[in-house]
Design a protein around this ligand. Sequence first.
Ligand code: FES
Ligand SMILES: [Fe+2]
Length: 412
Amino acid sequence: MVTEKAIVDVRSQLVEVARDILAHSKADTIRPASGTMKLDSRLYSDQANHEKECQNLFKKIPLVLAASCELREPGQFQTMQIAGIPILLVRDKHGVAHAFLNSCTHRGAQLAKGEGSKARFTCPYHGWTFSQEGMLVAITLNDLFGDIDFKDYGLVSFPVTERAGLIWGTLDPSSSNDLDTFLQGFDMFLETFGLDSWRLAEKRILDGTNWKLAMEAHLEFYHLPVLHKNTFGPNTSNKALYYFWGPHQRLIQPTDSKANLADEHNLFKIADKPDEEWPTEAMTRGEWIIFPNVSINLFYDGGPGILISQVVPGANVNESQTIQTFLTADELEGDARTKVKDLSDFLELVVSQEDLATSEKQQQALQTGLLPEVTIGKNEAGIQHLHKWINEIVSTGALDQLLSYPGKWTAP
Ligand code: FES
Ligand SMILES: [Fe+2]
């Protein structure tokens, strides 16, 4: 629930950024970081460092697990793995979303596969059965287990919250990091998309290498006209403006390059109007990054759409998956449906054959140890920001430094 005051704050914060974008657009400038950043190559290749990231970052902070609308109906479930942890997401008959360790409490077998809808989950190994709420409800040949209390054999459950149309979970049930501390109100911006009522259109899962290499491609536009010259085109702007909200961020091209944006939602076409008339949609364009591994891209292609990209680490330093989830504001049919499928095919190809193919070669080279460090440019400020926050949180596993966050955008 967003309070009235929060809405006013969100709007004024959006207007402030929109004015800044327009000023930079007019002056043809960006705001670079104060310096370059050198990173030790072992950050991408060292297994011990990777395990520390999984332990102190991915297991300790609230993560986006899925969009709420992926589990629209009671009984709907899906499975995934993050940092080697098998996860079962399910919406129960009361509409509450749960995240469980996807592992039967008898002897640990995988309980559910893929996705679908189930009233109960029966283990494929010996048939123990669990409710949508994760309670053990039946044991095959119950007598042979003696006097066990079913209450002690529920699935391992992770804390889950639904916020801004997203399902968030923390993969260490003992973590004391709460979602509000983590977000510092960033969710109020995400709420403006209204994702609660959106529809799942397409979903793709792409294999990749180290999660940071895969994520970094979402954090700069420097590579767009070079790596993506044959897909996005050689004239795509390589400029990015960055706005930071604690560890989270936004990236925006200070140019009117989104030609298919409806005029009334195009900030550059309505810039002459007083800002009270700027619709929220015009001010939320661009890419939103939920630290550390989620990118949300708003697009407009025959209707409002969103691509959520989750970069989830594997158990090994050189493995990740990029989960692309395409949502549309409305249930689409006919040509509009085909258009979204075509766009999804296109973006799957761009990411898998250009971005992830590039990071695979980076990974191979960095793992040799022969290139001891890499350099992040002043124009790649979002990557610098990611690494700064990974560093801070991995060293402690805590979010204490966010408690004094001022609640406004900061810039490089
Ligand atoms: S491991 Fe699940 S019933 Fe035996
Ligand atoms: Fe890219």
